[in-house]
Design a protein around this ligand. Structure first.
Ligand SMILES: [Zn+2]
Length: 103
């Protein structure tokens, strides 16, 4: 489901408050547009086994929900953490409550 007008306004306001420019910082021509999707970026943590054979492994620890912003000219794609934007509860909190888990 695409973001509602109200949700989109909240996202744009949060990005503005954090100082995110409206124009692409790479090509300096294109408008940055908020997509209708939330990316769940898989994140891992280093795990070191100490013992006979030292082993370094990357252990999955979850997914980081992010707003996706795309330049309409060059396609530069930026992702902003919902948590850092203060939008976690708005977009993820209800889902996690429904799934019975919480970060
Ligand atoms: Zn661009």
């Amino acid at each position: 489901m695409p973001f509602t007008t109200e949700e989109r306004e909240k996202i744009l306001e949060a990005l503005k408050q954090k100082g995110v420019p409206e124009q692409c910082p790479v090509c300096k021509q294109g408008e940055l547009r908020v997509s209708n999707y939330i990316a769940f970026v898989p994140v891992r943590e280093r795990h070191v086994e100490v013992g006979g054979n030292a082993e370094l492994d990357m252990v999955p620890v979850g997914d980081l929900p992010c707003i996706i912003v795309v330049c309409l000219n060059c396609g530069n794609t930026l992702m902003f953490s919902l948590s850092r934007l203060g939008l976690w509860d708005e977009f993820v909190g209800e889902l996690e409550a429904a799934w019975g888990r919480r970060r």
